[in-house]
Ligand binder design. Structure first.
Ligand code: M6R
Length: 605
């Protein structure tokens, strides 16, 4: 939530900052702003409520000049979206941008008011700007160092001062911040994609770090001023990966990248002899654990539901799936025999990070399934397995989710082999089919028009029900989430068996039912659920295996997927549902990549 960019170098700062903000808008789009210091040492700031485009239009070509500057795109926490609440916040010689939440902002505000300070916004951020502005005389980094101990909460901040226009000062606590490494230029941002057109080498700050970035170099210290060495790392993401590449939306591009992302995520882990490569230490921990607890939020939690089924079916390991936001506040009975698997695209989700910290305190082994290299979660967990989805910019998770599912299924296969509860023949059969998944995803995309025409029928609905059983259930939940988050059509996902316990009351001709039929023991049961819906004049849109006349007969519309082992079916059904949701939203003219009220990386509670 909220994106930060900063630049100091030989060029006009705003050019790099605007480019960076465009690539960070998925972190929030309630307002945008830039501050810069010109060659006369004057600090200027422009900021506007609304998306970056509003600011660009307001400014025209008349940008704040200067070779040092900071920019911000906001997801509102304290204070409604408005010009006044937009960052940067400028007090005296200071301009400051912030990502995070200051929990004691109200107390600090009262203290500052009592000292005679005046506030012009409702934000928690303005208190930080006041605290830094108040301590005059010292270097900018010293002023930041004095202010920080007074703050409670999460923050990454970037500060500039007209009194020291040769440096950017940044500080990080529980919100992400990276430094881009480039000769003669200082670069900072919330996230890697913001700076990919400038550099592929990054330094990842840790909590408590304060960094001074000058054109001549980077100096990182702790709160006491003690020097810290943080190594730089090169990221194998290219700048074009974070661009739309001719697609109307990032989400559409990312849907089309799914076969490649899946191939990359699977192939690196399957050896030439057809066995799965997952580090033995991870397998040993999983196999000897009392239970696996998977925790995540949103779509990543749906990947966790697939993981539970896969670990139980293929590896005989008891597995629970927890919403990270619930787990972190529960008396979770975790100990050193528990394995906690945290799933996250961004690796920055605040609740998931907090749940992992709790698990670590209780002695559990922690494993991250993460897409973004060197993200907070990747660094926090004892082990990390990266998905290879590449940058995902659209707020709706697509390729990140299906590649999470793939990595978790591979883990379950490997754990089953390690425990010798999954026969070699079964393992080889599933792995061989898994290697075909990218090709099946290609053929789903080749039939996009079919999905588009289903979307055309769904788009007039006020409300929709998604049902599935077994491996179809996580897909049903995901189909409903995807539809509601980008098209704003109310949708609910249910386990098919639950229909009779309440939701069937909603069935009527105007409420489409999307049924995800997965082969296996519950297949006939789902067909029975479909019949029950039809008997009540429900219109059923089914996603299910090809060459299945019974399903074709029951459904009003059927989109077929390749016949694969049930454990692999969510990789295909989910992709089809994501494409349907995309086209519903696009046909309704919704803002697909930046749905209202959402941000891609939920870095606050
Ligand atoms: O980065 P994470 O995977 O931790 O994010 C979790 C959720 O915020 C995310 O999946 C969210 O639900 C998406 N908007 C779903 O499309």
């Amino acid at each position: 939530m909220c994106g930060i960019v900063g630049y100091i170098g030989p060029d006009e700062a705003w050019t790099t900052i605007v480019e960076g903000l465009k690539r960070l808008e998925y972190r929030g789009y309630d307002s945008a702003g830039i501050a810069a210091i010109d060659s006369q040492g004057t600090l200027r700031c422009v900021r506007r409520k609304g998306k970056l485009n509003v600011l660009l239009n307001a400014v025209g070509g008349d940008w704040v000049p200067g070779k040092i500057g900071i920019g911000h795109t906001r997801w509102a926490t304290h204070g409604r979206p408005s010009d006044e609440n937009a960052h940067p916040h400028c007090i005296d010689d200071i301009a400051l941008v912030h990502n995070g939440i200051i929990e004691n902002a109200a107390e600090l505000r009262d203290m500052l008011l009592a000292q005679g300070q005046r506030f012009t916004s409702e934000t928690d951020t303005e208190v930080i700007a006041h605290l830094i502005a108040l301590s005059k005389g010292d270097s900018l980094e010293e002023r930041v160092r004095k202010a920080i101990p007074q703050l409670r909460g999460a923050y990454s901040i970037a500060v500039i001062s007209s009194q020291s226009p040769d440096r950017l000062v940044v500080a990080k606590q529980a919100s992400p911040l990276v430094i881009g490494v480039k000769d003669g230029v200082g670069l900072i941002a919330s996230d890697i994609p913001a700076l990919l057109d400038q550099t592929q080498t990054f330094i990842f700050l840790e909590d408590g770090d304060i960094a001074v970035i000058k054109q001549s170099g980077i100096n990182i210290t702790d709160i006491n001023g003690k020097a810290i060495n943080r190594p730089s790392k090169t990221i194998e993401w290219s700048p074009t990966m974070a661009e739309k590449g001719g697609y109307k939306h990032f989400m559409h591009k990312e849907l089309h990248e799914q076969p490649r992302a899946m191939a990359d995520s699977i192939r690196g882990r399957v050896r030439a002899d057809g066995t799965v490569h997952i580090p033995e230490e991870i397998l040993h921990k999983c196999a000897s654990s009392s239970r696996i607890v998977v925790c995540a939020c949103g779509s990543s939690w749906h990947a966790g539901l697939v993981a539970r089924l896969a670990f139980e079916d293929l590896a005989d390991i008891a597995t629970e799936v927890e919403l990270a936001s619930e787990l972190r506040y529960r008396k979770a009975l975790l100990d050193n025999r528990s394995v906690v698997i945290a799933i996250s695209q961004s690796g920055e989700t605040a609740d998931t990070i907090a749940a992992v910290k709790l698990a670590k305190e209780r002695g559990a082994t922690t494993i991250a399934i993460v897409n973004v290299m060197e993200s907070s979660l990747a660094r926090l967990c004892d082990h990390v397995l990266y998905t290879q989805a590449g940058p995902e910019i659209g707020v709706a998770s697509t390729k990140a989710l299906t590649t999470q599912m793939a990595v978790l299924i591979l883990m379950a296969i490997a754990a089953g082999q390690y425990k010798q509860v999954l026969s070699e023949t079964s393992a080889q059969h599933i792995i061989a089919q898994m290697l075909e998944i990218p090709r099946h995803l290609e053929s789903i995309l080749e039939r996009e028009e079919e999905l588009k025409s289903i979307a055309n029928e769904l788009k007039s609905a006020q409300s929709a029900l998604f049902i599935g059983r077994s491996y179809g259930y996580p897909a049903a939940l995901e189909g409903a989430l995807k539809l509601k988050e980008i098209s704003y059509i109310h949708a609910e996902g249910y386990a098919g068996g639950e229909l009779k316990h309440g939701p069937i009351a909603l069935v009527e001709p105007r409420v489409p039912i999307v049924a995800i039929a997965t082969e296996g023991p519950t297949y006939d049961k789902l067909l029975a659920n479909i019949a029950e819906v039809k008997a009540r004049e429900g219109r059923v849109y089914a996603i299910g295996p090809e060459n299945e006349p019974r399903l074709a007969h029951e459904a009003h519309r059927l989109f077929t997927i390749a016949r694969v082992h049930p454990v692999l079916s969510p990789l295909l059904t989910t992709a089809a549902l994501q494409i349907i949701a995309y086209h519903v939203a696009d046909q309704l003219g919704a803002d697909v990549d930046q749905p209202r009220n959402l941000a891609k990386s939920v870095t606050v509670e």
